[in-house]
Design a protein around this ligand. Structure first.
Ligand code: ZN
Length: 281
């Protein structure tokens, strides 16, 4: 079995400090959490940015400041910037994070309902965004909320816009999308093209149980306060505690943890792009 890649989704667009005061929102808080989680074993960081009012933003300056601070204290980690729609709906602002040349970016290949919104990713938009991933060499993490999104990724691959091996993240248990069951996880993991890698993000209380299933199945894991605010004992979580929980579970079943360079190799990232974001900003 491959070593386990632990991704942390630290902040997201939805959680607030009111819901969990441990949520990192400023560039300094995010960089501090990255350092703690990377020392505990996490390799990949899914980053959202917030403005001075703590609202979601796709503003390049905020992303740049956040990434600079992260790379200063944790130069080895893999950074993945979000292209999600809650922080801005127009195409240009959603594409901009990829133009900053992170090693990875998130890429949802279809639309669905989420709590309170239609998460809109039209065929025209996903084709356009796939083209930007291709042009820039940024590796997409394909976010799968339901099965049809896998078909769209295959379609984009056949058009030459996505380059295999693909990396998928199954987002399960979000209100309005596929329930967070092991049955669904097994089905999705068997539905992606041969040679792809995958991880799972269980939303809410499915986070640790689905992560445990993924560890045993040979997949990879995403945890973090973006997806879930509580520990299994219902106490308030921190990003660090969630990573430590995964490291413990992986240790119990004998799955070794991948460091950032081992994760780059598993994900087929171009090693030349490791520090590229710093050159460009
Ligand atoms: Zn996100």
């Amino acid at each position: 079995m491959q070593k386990l890649i632990i991704t942390v989704a630290l902040t997201g667009n939805v959680p607030t400090k009111k819901l969990n005061p441990n949520l990192p929102l400023t560039p300094d808080e995010i960089a501090e959490d990255v350092l703690k989680c990377s020392e505990a074993g996490a390799a990949l960081f899914h980053i959202h940015a917030r403005d001075a009012e703590q609202e979601p933003t796709l503003n390049a300056a905020v992303y740049i400041e956040t990434v600079h601070k992260i790379k200063k204290s944790s130069p080895e980690v893999i950074i993945q910037l979000s292209t999600g729609a809650r922080a801005g709906k127009d195409w240009a602002s959603r594409i901009n994070p990829i133009k900053l040349l992170p090693e990875m970016g998130s890429f949802t290949t279809g639309s669905n309902n989420l709590a309170g919104i239609i998460y809109e990713n039209s065929p025209q938009f996903i084709e356009c965004l796939a083209g930007v991933f291709k042009e820039t060499g940024v590796k997409p993490e394909i976010e799968i909320f339901e099965t049809g999104m896998i078909n769209n990724a295959v379609y984009l691959t056949n058009k030459g816009l996505l380059k295999p091996p693909l990396h998928f993240n199954f987002v399960l248990g979000a209100p309005g999308s596929m329930p967070g069951t092991v049955k669904n996880l097994l089905f999705l993991s068997e539905s992606i093209p041969h040679g792809s890698t995958w991880s799972v993000s269980g939303i809410g209380k499915t986070e640790i149980s689905l992560a445990t299933a993924a560890i045993i199945m040979g997949g990879h894991v995403r945890v973090g306060l973006e997806d879930n605010l509580y520990m299994p004992d219902c106490s308030l979580a921190t990003n660090l505690k969630l990573v430590e929980k995964i490291v413990t579970i992986a240790g119990e079943v004998g799955r070794k943890i991948a460091d950032p360079d081992e994760s780059r190799s598993i994900l087929s990232l171009n090693p030349e792009y490791k520090y590229r974001i710093l050159q460009e900003v």
